[in-house]
Design a protein around this ligand. Sequence first.
Ligand code: GLU
Length: 261
Amino acid sequence: MTAQPTKRIVVKVGSSLVTNNGDGLDRAAIEQWAEQVATLLKAGHQLLMVSSGAIAEGMQRLAWRERPTAIHQLQAAAAVGQMGLVQMYESSFARFNLQSAQVLLTNADLDHPERRANAKATLDTLLGLGVVPVINENDTVVTDEIKFGDNDHLAALVVNLIHADLLIILTDQGGLFTADPRQDQAATLVTEASAGDPLLEKMAGGVGSAISKGGMLTKILAAKTAAQTGASTVIASGHEPQVLNQIVAGLPIGTLIKAAG
Ligand code: GLU
């Protein structure tokens, strides 16, 4: 794999990673990503974060030990937790002299021509200003990513919206494995694949072979969506030191899912 001339990069970070498996926001991890974003911006790239973690943080703040099942309670937790999430990103980026911006979106916003154009214009302007947008689903008004996806689909739609070159999905696993490595010792990391290959969906969670029930499947489907506008996707561990810098340098890390052409 050779270094890619990436320009626009969407980095999606999942709830368990951002909150240390629900233990509260992981400042050290967020600062490490912020530092890498700062390095990549200096090198001429444009970066956007899509981060979940609002519900997990809201549960902490409300002292809820168990994730509620009622959607309106999850939405309330997200509204509480979003405050902490953006505070943490804001202060982490500020440490590296970067401005950040909160952007709350829904899938429906991106389907609506006028709202879509507004979202694109705002994001393009923020990127032009060197500001790092921190995007989450607007959980107060919709429940798409709460029910299924943890923002993987939203991240892919953002890639399509702003014609990003690369989607990086950071997770707590090393990438996509041929089978669930916790259950199958013969499972190996898939290092490179083509977006849309139906085999990937099988590995990621086809019936009876789920690596983490939907967790990896939504990432594979996000890669397929991102590929529609020509973006490749890398799924990699957010715990890996310098993971963003390594990926952008073209080093073989995690699973690269290439867009055709
Ligand atoms: N947008 C939600 C969040 O940031 C999605 C994640 C979830 O369902 O836990 O918390």
